[in-house]
Ligand binder design. Structure first.
Ligand SMILES: NC(=O)c1ccc[n+]([C@@H]2O[C@H](COP(=O)([O-])OP(=O)(O)OC[C@H]3O[C@@H](n4cnc5c(N)ncnc54)[C@H](O)[C@@H]3O)[C@@H](O)[C@H]2O)c1
Length: 247
C-alpha cells in the first residue's frame, strides 16, 4: 500500500528536476497526479512514460486564469484536489546592481505570486474533501544567504517561508495543512554540468559530503503530502545535509 493511495495531487514545475522526481514518487506511492510546467516537450514525454495516473498541463504559475483551468481539469480528470506542491521557480544569480526591475518583478511573479495563486486556486477543491496538504518549496537560502546573494530569488524564498505560516493559520479550520520545504544543494542538471573544482568545493562545504539526490527531497515532500505528517502545519522542513546546523 502506498502512502498516497487514493490522493489527487497537483505538482508545479514537474517537467524536469526535482518536480519530475516528486511526480514519479507520488505515482509510486499511489497518487493520481496532474503536473504543470511551461516546458511542454519534457512534460509530454514524462506524461506518456508514466501512464494513465498522470496528466500534464502546460501552465504558467504566474497566471491566475491558467490556475483556474488547472484546478478545473484536475477535478474533471481525477476528482477533488488533496495535495498541491508549489515547486515551480527560477532565478538568475544576479546581485542588486546587475538585477533590472523587470527581472526582479518576474522572479517575484513566478516564485512568490505563483505560490500565492496556487494556494488560492486549490482551497475550494480541498474544502470539499475537508482535508488537504500544501507543500511550498522554498530553500535553505530563506535561512542563510550565500556569498553571491541573488536578491530577487532570496526575496521570493523568504516570502514563501512566511506565506506558508500565514496560509497554515488561515486554512487550519478547513483541515488543510501547509508546510515549507527548504532544500540545500540538489543534484539537478545545472549542478551536474558545474565546473569540477567548484563541485568539489561544494561537496566539501556540506557536512554529509554531497548535494542531495532529487529522490531524497521527494521522500520529504511525499511525507508532508501524506497523512503521516497529519500534525505538522506552518512548519519549516530543512533538508540540506547539515549545512544550516552551523547557523
Ligand atoms: N536545485 C537546487 O539546488 C535547489 C535548492 C533549493 C531550492 N530549490 C528549489 O527547488 C525547486 C525545484 O527546482 P529544480 O532544482 O528542480 O530546478 P529546475 O529549474 O530544474 O525546475 C524548475 C521547474 O519550474 C519550471 N518553471 C519555471 N518557471 C515556471 C512558470 N512560470 N510556470 C510553470 N513552471 C515554471 C521550469 O520550467 C522547471 O521545469 C524550485 O522551487 C527551486 O527554487 C532548488
Amino acid at each position: 500500500m502506498g502512502k498516497l493511495d487514493g490522493k489527487v495531487a497537483i505538482v508545479t514545475g514537474g517537467s524536469r528536476g526535482q518536480g519530475a522526481s516528486h511526480v514519479r514518487k507520488f505515482v509510486d506511492e499511489g497518487a493520481k497526479v496532474v503536473f504543470t510546467d511551461i516546458l511542454e516537450n519534457e512534460g509530454k514525454e514524462l506524461e506518456s512514460e508514466l501512464g494513465e495516473n498522470v496528466k500534464f498541463i502546460k501552465h504558467d504559475v504566474s497566471n491566475a486564469e491558467e490556475w483556474e483551468n488547472v484546478v478545473n481539469k484536475t477535478e474533471r480528470t481525477f476528482g477533488n484536489v488533496n495535495i498541491l506542491v508549489n515547486n515551480a521557480a527560477f532565478g538568475k544569480r544576479s546581485r542588486i546592481e546587475d538585477c533590472s526591475e523587470e527581472e526582479y518583478r518576474k522572479v517575484i511573479d513566478v516564485n512568490q505570486v505563483g505560490t500565492f495563486l496556487g494556494m488560492k486556486a486549490v482551497v475550494s477543491s480541498m474544502k470539499q474533501v475537508e482535508k488537504g496538504s500544501i507543500v511550498n518549496i522554498s530553500s535553505v537560502e530563506a535561512f542563510q544567504v550565500s556569498g553571491d546573494a541573488p536578491i530577487a530569488y532570496i526575496a521570493s524564498k523568504y516570502a514563501v517561508r512566511g506565506m506558508t505560516k500565514s496560509a497554515a493559520l488561515d486554512f487550519a479550520e478547513y483541515g488543510i495543512r501547509v508546510n515549507s520545504v527548504h532544500p540545500g544543494a540538489v543534484k539537478t542538471a545545472m549542478l551536474e554540468n558545474a565546473d569540477p573544482e567548484e563541485y568539489r568545493k561544494l561537496e566539501e562545504s556540506i557536512p554529509l559530503g554531497k548535494p542531495a539526490d532529487t529522490e531524497e527531497i521527494s521522500n520529504m515532500v511525499a511525507f508532508l503530502a501524506s497523512d503521516e505528517s497529519s500534525y505538522s502545519t506552518g512548519s519549516e522542513f530543512l533538508i540540506d545535509g547539515g549545512v544550516s546546523a552551523s547557523l
